[in-house]
Design a protein around this ligand. Structure first.
Ligand code: 9G3
Length: 568
């Protein structure tokens, strides 16, 4: 390909809308352009990277016996009504109405669609196991699209669905995909950790998230250097607080006036008590029920753990006016004492507290010397808090570390959740009807492209891993006016193409500095510069994007050297 014909609109300075390095570089290097919030054009370079990632995914899926198909993006509402999910995602689901006023959604995922297909086409044990996947645009109307391709409203996903006769078959599919994903991300040059994650509120279906370590990652990973434990912090179990033997004597409950004290810090300062002697009283809207959760003042509530204890479709922090209506008091003076109409859950640490401080459910008043069990009852004590940095590993006790990461893949045991709801069954050897066991497995293909840039960049631009680079090499004639330089550059360009190297020729009439900056920004793995030395000494400059310095190589050797590096 020649730069003079290519649509690669590179930019010198940072686009205003870029809120992370990968979005900034992919826009500046001419890989993507934003159309609207969360909606992007993949320009030719971006398309080439996408295709490489998709082909690596295809190879690994096919290696594990998966068959590729393609389902409609436009999905009939009826299927989602069968599984009860049509209204479960609120505004996040893109809904459309056709000319006959029939309702559809733009597919955010395809469990309902694939199960509808399989229930029509599969009816015998002989047809199992079956693994079907597609690579297709998905649509989710994110409230806050951000980080470019990382959280878009339209994105490219590979979604695979496995169908087995029993739980053992599903387990085989699950761990096959675990291996396939490990291969995919290794081949794409991404540092990805599989971490234990939340199997969703319904049931405890097993799931792992493949998380690309990156500063801007929205997921927090808790991991243990010693035993290899790694989990999304949302599910990392917190240590049960040891029962403090020398419990101080319970003092009588007392209501105190606490002006201008609406936060744990303010109350702590005013009453001169530490945060761990206070409790946070939080209210959640669990579907249409208001519930209350108590955690110690120095801890954070973990709503994924709350949702496991109180299964519901939607769990949100309650609106203040709903709390005021229910409790008669606004945020800042809330507490469990005397709270009768609302179900109260408390974190395990609260159970051990003595003479604690909490809101009195009266503006500007708090209680001191509150004692769980004596002054308030709870529906139950559970692990409801977020693990903190440096807490002991749940598996081996070693102190854990944490890192941020981008979820680029997920493997997920569904069991019979969809097959039961939609009647996807098969006849076994004895003619007995059995329910199919399903798994679902997603890779964010467009998100993987962005994650690769988050992990591989420097002050000059992108450093593409070879396997997903848009081109393997760029040949840069320093002066397009020098016919001999151009002739040598053309000759190397063609020789490389003949050897299967994907090579760009920067034949633009631009200053060398501009060409070098673009080559570094775009991130070709190899840059071959053809200058005066090529004419006078038959040597060219060979520079790897991933290394700082370059070497001089004879014109005769440059092709072999490049081929050896690219295909090694
Ligand atoms: C929706 C909307 C958003 C969603 C879903 C449904 C996430 C939804 C979970 C999954 C599970 C797996 C197959 C590939 C791997 C992940 N966000 N999920 O079901 F209607 Cl608007 O998508 N699906």
């Amino acid at each position: 390909m020649k730069m003079s014909n290519a649509l690669i609109p590179t930019l010198r300075n940072n686009p205003a809308e870029a809120d992370t390095i990968s979005q900034q570089l992919l826009i500046r290097a001419g890989f993507i352009r934003k159309s609207a919030a969360g909606l992007y054009h993949y320009l030719p370079l971006g398309m080439r990277v996408l295709s490489k990632i998709e082909n690596i995914v295809r190879e690994e899926m096919n290696n594990f016996g998966c068959q590729e198909l393609l389902m409609p993006i436009v999905q009939p509402a009826e299927l989602w009504q069968e599984t009860g999910r049509w209204n479960a995602y609120g505004a996040e689901m893109f809904k459309v109405t056709d000319r006959h006023e029939r309702q559809f959604c733009l597919g955010p995922t395809h469990e309902e669609m694939i199960t509808d297909l399989v229930r029509s086409e599969v009816n015998s044990y002989r047809q199992l196991p079956l693994r079907l996947y597609q690579i297709q645009n998905k649509y989710r109307d994110e409230k806050r699209p951000r980080f470019g391709l990382i959280r878009g409203r339209e994105f490219i996903m590979k979604d695979m669905y496995s169908f087995d006769r029993d739980a053992d078959g599903l387990d085989r599919a699950y761990w096959d995909m675990y291996q396939a994903y490990t291969n995919v991300f290794n081949r794409c040059g991404l540092y990805v950790r599989p971490i234990e994650a939340d199997g969703g509120a319904i049931g405890d279906s097993q799931t792992h998230e493949f998380t690309a370590l990156a500063e801007i990652g929205e997921n927090t990973v808790v991991y243990c250097e010693k035993c290899g434990y790694a989990a999304n912090i949302e599910i990392a179990p917190c240590p049960v607080p040891e029962v403090n033997k020398e419990k101080e004597a319970q003092l009588p409950l007392e209501k105190v006036y606490t002006p201008d004290s609406k936060t744990i810090e303010a109350v702590g300062n005013y009453l001169q008590v530490p945060a761990e002697k206070c409790i946070k009283t939080l209210f959640f809207q669990a579907d249409d029920e208001l519930i209350c959760v108590l955690v110690r003042g120095d801890h954070e509530v973990n709503d994924v753990k709350v949702q496991r204890v109180h299964p519901c479709f939607a769990l949100e922090m309650a609106e203040e006016e709903d709390v005021v209506k229910a409790v008669g008091c606004s945020f800042g003076s809330l507490g469990p004492v005397g709270l009768s109409k609302v179900k109260i859950y408390a974190d395990l640490a609260v159970e051990q507290m003595v003479n604690l401080v909490c809101g009195a459910n009266e503006e500007a008043y708090h209680y001191i010397n509150v004692n769980p069990g004596r002054d308030f009852q709870v529906a139950g004590y559970y692990d409801l808090r977020m693990m903190q940095e440096g807490e002991p590993c749940p598996k081996c006790g070693q102190l854990t570390s944490s890192a941020r990461g981008i979820e680029v893949g997920q493997v997920f045991k569904l069991g019979t959740k969809y097959s039961e709801a939609m009647g996807a069954t098969f006849l076994d050897e004895n003619g007995k009807t059995q329910i199919i066991h399903m798994g679902c497995y997603g890779i964010g293909v467009s998100r993987t492209m962005a994650a690769a840039v988050e992990q591989h960049n420097d002050e000059n631009g992108i450093i593409w891993p070879k396997a997903i680079a848009p081109y393997h090499a760029v040949v840069v004639p320093v002066s397009v006016k020098d016919e001999q330089q151009c002739a040598i550059a053309e000759q190397i360009y063609e020789a490389l193409q003949k050897r299967g190297v994907e090579v760009m020729l920067d034949d633009r009439n631009e200053r060398p500095g501009v060409k070098f900056k673009d080559a570094d920004l775009i991130g070709y793995p190899v840059r071959i510069t053809v200058g005066k030395k090529a004419v006078e000494e038959q040597t060219v400059e060979y520079k790897l994007r991933a290394e700082a310095d370059s070497v001089l190589v004879s014109v005769d050797d440059i092709v072999e050297k490049t081929v050896a590096y690219i295909f090694s």
